[in-house]
Design a protein around this ligand. Structure first.
Ligand SMILES: [Zn+2]
Ligand SMILES: [Zn+2]
Length: 203
């Protein structure tokens, strides 16, 4: 678990945030308003969407993508940080993609078991297993000319919560935050804008 082991082999990916996620109170106690942070990552011919989950409407992720000149049909890979609906609900918008989670790669009717730990989508894009929020959480580490980005639900947003109130394993959560902070220069959290970790970042 050293920095060298986790760092992507190359640093040639491009990162675009399509939507800054959020989680807030709704109209009644039973209703929350929640959207996942949705990202687009490109390295050469590999075009990746991370967490196409709950958003106000599909255009909220597809319009920023179109502004980059990218069609949903051209997306090659989709990554789920974990299985909750707020991070997976709109996966079918990308009909030709391979889908990645911590267990397997899914495409059409093909379910290919593989471990996510260390799996490379491309030389600059790799998955590591980071349970805590759920037992099935993964983090996507992306090497770019501007440093290593970590797309992860280990943090909800730069503003916290410091302890994940929904975590299934708090010890693992804190351990995996440490691991990610060893390698990442930029954090893209599950429900907020990207941030640069500093001394105030909860470990
Ligand atoms: Zn979740
Ligand atoms: Zn979430």
């Amino acid at each position: 678990m050293t920095t060298n082991n986790d760092r992507p082999r190359t640093s040639s990916a491009e990162v675009y945030i399509l939507l800054h996620g959020y989680a807030k109170d709704g109209e009644t106690l039973e209703v929350s308003r929640v959207a996942s942070t949705v990202a687009y990552v490109r390295e050469g011919d590999v075009r990746v969407i991370i967490d196409p989950g709950m958003v106000p409407n599909p255009g909220a992720m597809l319009e920023p993508l179109a502004a980059l000149g990218v069609s949903p049909e051209s997306i090659t890979d989709v990554i789920f940080s974990h299985h909750h609906p707020d991070h997976t609900l709109n996966a079918a918008l990308f009909p030709h993609a391979r889908f990645h989670d911590n267990w397997a790669i899914y495409q059409g009717d093909s379910w290919e078991n593989r471990a996510a730990e260390g799996y490379e989508i491309s030389p600059s894009i790799r998955l590591i297993e980071t349970p805590g929020h759920t037992a099935q959480d993964i983090t996507t580490l992306v090497g770019t000319p501007d440093g290593v980005f970590a797309f992860t639900h280990l943090w909800w947003s730069v503003d916290g919560p410091a302890d994940d109130p929904l975590a299934t394993d708090n010890d693992a959560l804190h351990r995996n935050r440490e691991r990610v902070l060893q390698v990442a220069t930029r954090i893209v959290p599950g429900h907020g804008a990207p941030f640069t970790p500093n001394d105030a970042t909860p470990h």
